[in-house]
Design a protein around this ligand. Structure first.
Ligand SMILES: [Fe+2]
Length: 348
């Protein structure tokens, strides 16, 4: 049953319009208000389907009421038919239109025209209500799906971190002397990437690749990994295969980041003297250049079974002396700045 509200300060007009509507639209619910202020209260409370609004009223006129209704998000969709005086100027109608009125009817009110205007307004409102409902349902569905996706993504991330940590633990279990090495390299490499203001994806790649960079050592015999003395040439050649093994392990994981390739390149040097592919300069990813510097600095500063830590100065001398030769100059500068300025390697 459509709800129609008539707002008019003239009680005789209210009675007349009420009677007309009751006889010609018996299936509607009619209510009336004698002032703009009372009308707005009723609109907010009852949310009618159409409003018949007299323009000329004391205190708050029809324009003011129209303005208030159209600026209120909750009720602005309700159509307003403005009742204008017979001598009303086109300026009145223009003002009403500007304020959001939907239709006009002049006094004295023609019954047929009034009903026709109301029916059109009701039909438009019904269509708009349907559209708005559909939109709300769609928005709810999108919100629900987004939330579901976010939860699934969070779960996957937890799972992903768990798998990465397990892989790291497997390598470290077989190579206890470098336990913690990958985590330390990770800290330094990410700090260098941030110092160089690299974009988020690059930092993310460095983060993952640095944690996993020695994963290929899984295939290196434990006797080589845990040998307390210097390695023979054959043993060293075997050890040098770990970037390739790492690449083989990671290449089929869809990281959407070049993790396998960075791991493959982490022992390459910019002059082509690295391994396994002797890549040079720009053929080496920036992520791998950073990882290579962080790796060598951390290795020199770490305690090994066959030697104590060589200390920060030896580590920094190694990269500074080979700045622009083995190691990327900008990466070296960033690394020196970080190591000199922070206690990034302070052990607990
Ligand atoms: Fe390595």
């Amino acid at each position: 049953m459509p709800k129609i509200l008539v707002i008019d300060d003239n009680i005789d007009n209210l009675i007349t319009v009420n009677a007309v509507l009751k006889s010609l639209m018996p299936n509607s619910k009619i209510s009336t208000s004698i002032s703009g202020k009372e009308g707005i209260e009723k609109i907010r409370r009852d949310e009618p389907d159409v409003i018949l609004l007299d323009i000329q009223m004391p205190e708050m006129d029809g324009f003011e009421v129209c303005k208030i209704i159209k600026s209120d998000e909750k009720i602005r969709h309700i159509p307003i038919i403005l009742i204008t005086a017979s001598q009303s100027s086109s300026q009145d109608r223009a003002n009403g239109l500007k304020l959001g009125a939907d239709a006009f009817i002049s006094k004295p009110i023609d019954e047929v025209e009034l009903i026709a205007q109301i029916k059109v307004a009701l039909r438009i409102k019904k269509s708009e209500d349907l559209l708005r409902n559909e939109k709300n349902i769609l928005e709810d569905k999108v919100r629900e799906k987004t939330e579901h996706l976010r939860k699934s993504y969070d779960k996957l991330m937890v799972l992903f971190d768990g798998i990465i940590n397990t892989l790291v633990a497997v390598v470290e279990a077989r190579d206890p002397y470098t336990a913690g090495h990958q985590q330390n390299v990770n800290k330094l490499a990410v700090a260098i990437a941030n110092e160089l203001n690299l974009e988020g994806k690059v930092v993310e790649s460095i983060h993952i690749a640095s944690i996993l960079h020695d994963i290929g050592k899984i295939y290196i015999p434990t006797e080589i990994l845990s040998k307390p003395g210097m390695l023979t040439d054959i043993e060293f050649e075997m050890l040098k295969k770990h970037p390739e093994f790492g690449y083989e392990i990671l290449k089929n994981i869809n990281f959407e980041l070049p993790i396998a390739e960075i791991v493959h390149q982490h022992h390459e040097k910019i002059d082509g003297s690295g391994y396994p592919r002797k890549l040079k300069g720009d053929d080496i990813y920036i992520e791998a250049k950073i990882l290579s510097v962080a790796d060598v600095v951390e290795a020199i500063m770490s305690h090994r079974p066959y030697r104590a830590s060589l200390g920060v100065n030896v580590a920094l001398n190694e990269i500074v002396e080979n700045r622009g030769i083995l190691y990327d100059a900008k990466v070296v500068d960033a690394c020196v700045k970080i190591v000199r300025g922070n206690n990034i390697f302070e052990k607990k």
